[in-house]
Design a protein around this ligand. Structure first.
Ligand SMILES: N[C@@H](CCC(=O)N[C@@H](CS)C(=O)NCC(=O)O)C(=O)O
Length: 83
């Protein structure tokens, strides 16, 4: 598998974020993804707005490419990491 740079913008109170976090936990890949809680660190929110123009979460970046939509993000992670 190619080495991917993965960053997830999220906040834990968001159910869509929570479902992506559950997938990350189930796949045991938390160490492969930089987790950026935009409510805990407002610099992450500013970063997300600069990237996307808004602060919708969850947002995954894959080698700098933006991916929205929790279902698409989960599908991508399962495709990449499910053994
Ligand atoms: N269809 C999207 C919905 C994402 C969504 O509605 N996220 C909410 C938080 S739970 C959001 O970011 N709303 C805009 C905002 O808070 O600025 C998905 O499945 O990821």
């Amino acid at each position: 598998m190619a080495d991917l740079e993965l960053e997830l913008y999220f906040y834990p109170e968001c159910g869509f974020s929570k479902s992506v976090l559950n997938t990350i936990q189930n796949l045991s890949i938390a160490d492969r993804i930089v987790l950026k809680d935009i409510r805990q660190n407002l610099e992450f929110e500013d970063e997300l707005i600069a990237l996307c123009g808004d602060s919708t979460v969850p947002t995954l970046t894959v080698n700098g490419e933006i991916m929205h939509e929790s279902e698409a993000i989960k599908r991508f992670l399962v495709d990449q990491f499910l053994d």
